[in-house]
Ligand binder design. Structure first.
Ligand SMILES: [Mg+2]
Length: 338
């Protein structure tokens, strides 16, 4: 039996990136039950990848029939693709998550054990400084540092970007800074900012240019000393090989790739091509974050703060110490309703 519930999650403060600022996030949760065992998943739809809360509500029931035998993960993928060849990755993710947790729960294991992954520690997660007025961004950085977060991911994509990074460097001089331009820069702006970021000791740069500008990214990378990581340029496992010529790493998010197994396939492909790995997330509950956390021991960089930004996370069970997430030990995803 499959059941969907839908609810709106809220961030503690408005969350801004180059494209938008929001406080409300519609999310869909699926529960798959068979033989008294339950598996759960979350859909975190994102308009950039063609989804909304409304499409997730409608598409969930249309795709749920793809999940009949929870042990047949390849069959699930094939069924999902047959029903909807393109799009709706967050709904596909929710169903893949439900299958995985059902299997893990039926043999009393955490999902990462089911997948045969080693108990590697998760790298410290970055904490996001969202795009806002400069004094607000300074305050966010100060509060995060005071709360024990030593790695900050700064959202950029304005005409004030140089001032913002300089101000934050001054505000939290010892923090490790990463920058995410969310595809907002032009090529000349990116070249100029690259010098600024390198002079300020920024650790990495995520998606400076438009998603389809692989040539621009490749040219920028040739000039760069810091790693350049793809996020918006990566929609599907099959994108990974061509990204290897333009980027140093990729940001894997289960909600955009269609689930933890799709993210794992992208991760292995990326490793074979010599790419660095970030495991990232959308604004999603601890259930969605738990899905990504299972793979995060394989990552070079973690960006899993989505649930930490929520005022009303419906799940609990992830063990955070500031930015350090402990390897999940509970059965399945290791989280429970609050
Ligand atoms: Mg990003």
């Amino acid at each position: 039996m499959i059941r969907w519930t839908h609810r709106e999650l809220h961030t503690k403060a408005p969350f801004g990136i180059a494209r938008w600022t929001h406080s409300r996030y519609p999310r869909s949760f699926v529960t798959f039950e068979q033989g008294g065992v339950v598996g759960r998943g979350e859909a975190a739809p994102n308009a950039y990848y063609g989804e909304t809360g409304e499409t997730a509500r409608v598409v969930g029931p249309l795709l749920e029939g793809a999940l009949s035998d929870p042990w047949d993960w390849q069959g699930l993928q094939a069924n999902l693709t047959a029903r909807m060849p393109q799009g709706h990755p967050s709904v596909k993710c929710a169903l893949e998550m439900a299958a995985l947790e059902w299997c893990a729960a039926s043999v009393n294991l955490p999902v990462w054990r089911l997948l045969g992954l080693s108990a590697l520690p998760i790298p410290e997660s970055s904490y996001t400084v969202s795009l806002a007025e400069l004094p607000d961004m300074r305050r966010q950085a100060r509060d995060a540092w005071a709360g024990g977060h030593t790695i900050l991911k700064v959202k950029l994509g304005t005409t004030q970007d140089q001032q913002i990074v300089e101000a934050l460097r001054e505000e939290v001089p010892q923090a490790k800074l990463r920058v995410d331009a969310n595809a907002a820069w032009s090529r000349p702006q990116a070249r100029r900012m690259l010098g600024v970021l390198e002079a300020l000791g920024v650790e990495l740069l995520e998606q400076p240019l438009a998603a389809d500008d692989l040539e621009g990214h490749a040219a920028l990378r040739a000039l760069a000393r810091l790693p350049i990581v793809a996020d918006e340029s990566l929609h599907h496992v099959s994108d990974v090989p061509r990204l290897a010529a333009a980027f140093d790493g990729i940001n894997l998010k289960t909600a955009k790739l269609g689930g933890p197994l799709q993210a794992l396939a992208a991760l292995r492909t990326a490793r074979a091509l010599g790419l660095g790995i970030m495991v990232g997330c959308m604004i999603e509950s601890s259930l969605g974050i738990a899905g990504a956390a299972q793979l995060s021991g394989l990552a070079d960089w973690a960006d899993l703060d989505g649930a930490l930004l929520l005022a009303d996370d419906p799940f609990e069970g992830l063990a955070w110490q500031a930015g350090q997430l402990a390897r999940p030990v509970g059965i399945g995803w290791g989280v429970n309703p609050q």
